[in-house]
Design a protein around this ligand. Structure first.
Ligand code: AMP
Length: 280
């Protein structure tokens, strides 16, 4: 695997592969890789001639009070994992290489970013859409892979790609979970032993929602109430939000609509904010 640090060098390499008629699969990440990331890479390996992965902890998507400085990093371990998966190129830029002192251009998606994660983290998606746009311009992928774990991110990126006629196919991939159901996340590293046990409440509440819906319950308030009860039975977690929205518009739903429902939640387990979701 070759590691590339400079955006212009990565761009030249990508252009060469495109000129040779090779297809490029791309997976943007913030590193500290786990099986969730690896599942995206494995799919990209199947679908494309070459696979590019980026590792970049993007400062513009973190608010000042968030965990930018302590976000977990282990580049040596990440490199080993990527090499083992047969990734062709790792794009690993510095912050200075991505954002010059004179940087002043941002990409924003309007309505979809005002709810859910966007309501709790108002500057987050502007950072995400801007950096993903830059990464697409740098790596020139035919296909880019995103996890459904970050459901709203996937929906927002799809909107941006369609709205701005970006020539890339966005592939959404299923959530990979630990044995007990906790969605894999780099941030799970922050959890101590007791918090790790309690963190299971997100998955348990989604399982409860699924069970209710399978039994014919359609009223979203009733589903949300039951999910809240599940979480409140644990001692540490504090709910940030539980929401049930249309998958296409992200508008809140009064009734579950099969095929167009996203149940999502964010919960503080101690100081760590975890998210999870279920696509109905
Ligand atoms: P991150 O490094 O957290 O920015 O994630 C990079 C990509 O991996 C994003 O598209 C995430 O949605 C995806 N991802 C993270 N965790 C998981 C997971 N547990 N299952 C599937 N995809 C994931």
């Amino acid at each position: 695997m070759r590691i590339v640090y400079e955006p212009c060098q990565m761009q030249k390499i990508a252009s060469k592969y495109r000129a040779w008629g090779k297809t490029i699969g791309f997976i943007p990440t913030m590193g500290y890789l786990h099986e969730g990331h690896i599942s995206l890479i494995k799919q990209a390996k199947k679908d494309n001639d070459v696979v590019f992965v980026s590792i970049f902890v993007n400062p513009t998507q973190f608010a000042p009070n968030e965990d930018l400085d302590k976000y977990p990093r282990d580049i040596k371990r990440d490199e080993e994992m990527l090499t083992k998966e047969g990734v062709d190129f790792l794009f690993y830029p510095t912050v200075e290489n991505m954002y010059s002192d004179n940087f002043q251009t941002y990409v924003t998606v309007d309505n979809l970013t005002k709810v859910l994660e966007g309501a709790s983290r108002p500057t987050h998606f502007r950072g995400v859409t801007t950096v993903v746009n830059k990464l697409f311009n740098i790596t020139k992928p035919n296909k880019a892979y995103f996890g459904k774990k970050d459901a709203q991110q996937l929906i927002v990126i799809k909107r941006m790609v369609e709205d701005l006629n970006i020539d890339v196919e966005i592939i959404g991939m299923p959530i990979v979970r630990e044995k007990d159901g906790l969605a894999m996340s780099s941030r799970n590293k922050y959890l101590n032993e007791k918090e790790r046990k309690d963190a299971i409440c997100l998955y348990k509440s989604l399982q409860k929602a699924k069970e209710l819906i399978d039994n014919g319950i359609k009223d979203t308030q009733a589903v949300k109430k039951e999910m809240e009860n599940v979480i409140n039975a644990y001692s540490i977690p504090k709910i940030d939000y539980i929401n049930i929205n249309s998958l296409t518009t992200l508008k809140e739903l009064e009734e579950i609509k099969k095929g167009d429902t996203l149940i999502s939640l964010a919960v503080f387990v101690g100081k760590t904010r975890l998210i999870d979701n279920l696509w109905i």
